[in-house]
Design a binder for this molecule. Structure first.
Ligand SMILES: [Zn+2]
Ligand SMILES: [Zn+2]
Length: 68
């Protein structure tokens, strides 16, 4: 699976879809291989607190992983 390899240089945030530098990418939690920008991770953290904690799910419908 060599195709698409070049896209790895600028992963897109799984939430806002903005391209970001690899160094800006925050990986999802357990079982999640998507990357998210720091702003969206921060927002997700707020939602997590407001909803009483617990596990925040990855926004990808096809992903069963947890987010941060
Ligand atoms: Zn984002
Ligand atoms: Zn995921």
């Amino acid at each position: 699976m060599a195709e698409g390899e070049g896209l790895q240089q600028h992963p897109c945030c799984g939430i806002c879809m903005e391209p970001m530098a690899p160094t800006e990418a925050h990986l999802g939690g357990v079982g999640c291989e998507q990357a998210f920008c720091s702003a969206c991770i921060a927002q997700a953290g707020h939602l997590k607190v407001e909803s009483g904690g617990g596990t925040l799910r990855c926004p990808y419908a096809s992903c069963d992983g947890a987010l941060c």
